[in-house]
Design a protein around this ligand. Structure first.
Ligand code: ADP
Ligand code: MG
Length: 727
């Protein structure tokens, strides 16, 4: 112990010297000046004291006030200054990969160090950290994974859970696990951080933990609702059709008016009239979808373009931040803008995008200022709402929607629909315009729609399937999943929990008594969805690991094929050039990426089936068309970009699929045609005869997995299967 102690003490001294040297250097001093100008700086001592005296505190403060980059850094610096730098280990979680990466890079820069030294990050599949890292930014998912193997978080001194107001599923889950951990680790400090003022909720959850609010300063932002936007851009409403009783979408249209403008109050009447027709009064958070039809996206785009033109022509300098629903919209709008004579001119407009899957180099550009006389326009998803701060934004365009997953427990179907955001989100989006100067925000919906928005968004825990979550809960050695989840801030409905448990039993991850099977233990270690984990394991057992690994990567990271809206057909026919007759989106990915057909096609098909089961639909051939029926008798349709949607018939009786999503109809995304034999032999838990028969192949494949624990579990799995075989 004492040798280690000495090493750490020596390292602490070195850390202190380096920190002081940086703070006294000219660049370091300038950086410190900037940091002192942030609102959080005034509360630094108060915060440090509160953290020292309380095990849990809740900090709220407006986006940009310096919570994420400063608070963990204050602790790090004060520990280093007091000569204890090497003894502290601070973890700060972020809901998204990109913010963990961006923030760690920023904090390293503020400390004048390369990333991966004192400050590092870890997100799924990527990370930069080293033996000198004492402040780690990671996704909340990464911390949860660590808790599975290190239940007491040994060596960790401070945990920050950031952006808790978003109520992400992982954050809600973390909060339960940490609550249970705190009594066992009285020295551990927990700091919850939130951009909004609902700190009470979290404080109460932790038995009245102290709350600290950082008063921020932002400039006033003028809100323009649709009425004003129509006035400013010269658009007018020309027609409106209501949503009919069956929720069928009908359109209402805006059209560019070249005539003299309508007077503003006339426009307002028109908008209000339109809304009455859409039965707006019956609006509440449950029927939010019925409203989504009232502004079709194509019209939204033209309106956005008109607003952008207005800003570029008439408004003062300043960057523009446009909130859109997702990557598809960002791409389509950016294509449209690039073709525009004014907005597409690179000498006048710098167009950037901000979304979860963009490259790191692209990220950095967002924070940089545009050259003089060039207007910076950033197209963003709701990611730019709270976790990322772009300082020079003066104008915000808010489409009012975000792609939100919901979960229909009754039909056990996840839904992904652009739906109206909450009032809290709308305010948050507006606030982005007032960082440096007074700003303007253009909300592309009427004031009365804003008034009807839900106050806050529903927590993610209540709107996603709980399959992976329940598996993770079980691997925390929890007895009853339902009981564990009832301790959540807001517990999910029991049907959703039952569905998840039923699913885990069906794939063989849980036994009848809800205990983890050996397969279940393996699945909880693999950092992929349980279905995909099972596919990997089966791939290893049956010696076709390579193609399965490619397929699983495609399913768990991102579809390798792009599908530009305006070149859909071209893209699809290009895609079909890769082994069109596979009748499989999954195998398609493999042949495209590996540029060869798998050796054993029918085996790969069977393994896909074993993983995706019970995601299975029977193919019903009619004279001119096909229809698809799931196990629970539901009708599903194919996504337009599935290779299987391209054929008039499919020579297989079954399609297995990874995901069904309710968009308008219930759609299945990727599918693979399989014969009866695959289903009979591989559709079910990992205990049918044929699979056991192939067991001997297992030995050589243990090395595929990197983790020695995994090999252990593997041997156990093999033993269990061996026993079965002997019966
Ligand atoms: P909060 O977490 O309270 O929203 P942050 O700690 O993320 O605030 O940011 C505080 C301030 O630091 C921002 O207002 C911005 O001025 C600055 N900042 C943050 N990230 C960057 C970056 N990548 N580049 C430049 N400045 C940044
Ligand atoms: Mg933050």
């Amino acid at each position: 112990g004492s040798v280690m102690e000495k090493v750490l003490q020596r390292r602490s001294m070195r850390m202190r010297n380096m920190q002081r040297a940086w703070q006294e250097s000219p660049v370091g001093r300038t950086m410190l000046e900037f940091r002192k100008s942030l609102p959080s700086f005034k509360d630094k001592e108060r915060l440090l004291q509160a953290i020292a005296r309380n095990q849990v505190i809740v900090v709220s403060g407006e986006t940009g006030c310096g919570k994420t980059t400063q608070l963990p850094q204050y602790i790090l610096e004060s520990e280093i200054e007091s000569g204890r730098g090497a003894f502290c280990n601070i973890i700060c979680t972020q809901p998204r990969r990109i913010s963990a990466m961006a923030v760690s890079e920023r904090v390293s820069a503020e400390r004048g160090e390369p990333l991966g030294e004192t400050v590092g990050f870890k997100v799924r599949l990527e990370g930069m950290r080293g033996k000198n890292t004492h402040l780690l930014f990671c996704t909340s998912g990464i911390l949860l994974r660590r808790l599975l193997s290190d239940r007491n978080l040994n060596g960790v001194t401070h945990v920050f859970v950031d952006e808790i107001h978003e109520r992400g599923m992982n954050e809600d889950f973390l909060i339960i696990v940490l609550k249970e951990l705190l009594p066992r680790r009285p020295d551990l400090r927990l700091i919850l951080m939130s951009a909004t003022l609902n700190a009470e909720l979290f404080s109460n959850y932790y038995g009245g933990a102290p709350t600290i609010h950082i008063p921020g300063f932002t400039h006033p932002v003028k809100a323009h609702f649709l009425e004003d936007v129509l006035e400013i851009t010269g658009y007018k409403l020309t027609s409106f059709n209501q949503v009919d009783d069956y929720g069928q979408e009908k359109t209402w249209k805006t059209q560019k008016q070249l005539m003299p403008r309508k007077r503003k109050n006339q426009i307002t009447t028109l908008v209000e009239d339109a809304l009455t027709k859409s039965n707006f009064e019956s609006y509440n958070s449950r029927t939010r979808d019925s409203l989504s039809s009232w502004m079709p996206d194509c019209i939204g785009f033209n309106l956005i373009e008109a607003v952008l033109c207005h800003i570029c022509r008439k408004e003062r300098p300043g960057a523009v931040l446009v909130f859109l629903t997702g990557w598809d919209d960002i791409r389509s709008l950016s294509d449209q803008i690039k073709a525009h004579p004014l907005l597409g001119d690179p000498n006048r407009v710098l167009l950037l995008m901000c979304h979860g899957s963009m490259a790191t180099a692209e990220q950095r550009l967002i924070f940089e200022r545009a050259p003089p006389n060039i207007r910076k326009i950033v197209l963003a998803t709701n990611m730019a709402e709270a976790s990322i701060t772009i300082n020079d934004v003066v104008f915000v365009v808010d489409c009012g929607k975000a792609k939100e997953t919901t979960y229909d427990a009754l039909n056990n179907t996840p839904c992904l629909l652009p739906s109206w955001i909450s009032q809290a989100s709308a305010r948050q989006r507006r606030g982005r315009a007032g960082r440096l100067l007074p700003g303007e925000c253009y909300h592309l919906y009427p004031r009365c729609v804003y008034d009807a928005f839900a106050e806050y968004q529903l927590p993610e825990l209540l709107r996603t399937p709980l399959n992976s979550l329940c598996l993770q809960i079980k691997s925390l050695q929890v007895d009853s999943i339902a009981e564990f989840l009832s301790a959540a801030l807001q517990a999910p409905e029991s049907l959703a929990v039952q569905n998840a448990i039923g699913f885990l039993k069906m794939i063989g991850a849980l036994d009848e008594k809800e205990n983890l099977t050996d397969l279940g233990k393996l699945l909880s270690i693999l950092p992929v969805d349980p279905k995909l984990g099972k596919m990997l394991i089966m791939g290893a057992i049956f010696r076709c690991f390579d193609p399965i690994l490619t397929i699983v990567s495609g399913l768990s990271v991102r579809d390798p094929f792009l599908l530009p809206q305006d070149k859909k057909d071209l893209a699809l026919s290009a895609k079909l050039r890769f082994s069109a007759k596979d009748y499989s989106d999954h195998m398609h990915d493999d042949s495209a990426l590996n540029n060869k057909l798998s050796h054993n096609q029918s085996l790969v098909r069977a393994i896909i089936c074993s993983g995706l089961f019970p995601g299975i639909a029977s193919v019903v051939h009619r004279e001119t068309s096909m229809s698809f029926k799931t196990m629970d008798d539901g009708q599903v349709s194919l996504y337009a970009n599935s290779v299987n949607s391209r054929f008039p018939t499919i020579p297989y009786p079954w399609l297995v699929f990874g995901e069904k999503v309710k968009v308008n109809a219930v759609l299945i995304r990727d599918s693979t045609g399989v014969p009866d034999s695959s289903l009979i032999l591989f559709g079910g838990a990992l205990s049918t005869g044929v699979q056991v028969g192939h067991l001997k192949m297992l030995d050589g494949y243990i090395d595929f997995f990197m983790d020695p624990n995994l090999a252990d579990s593997y041997v156990k799995l093999k033993e269990e299967l061996d026993k079965l075989l002997q019966r």
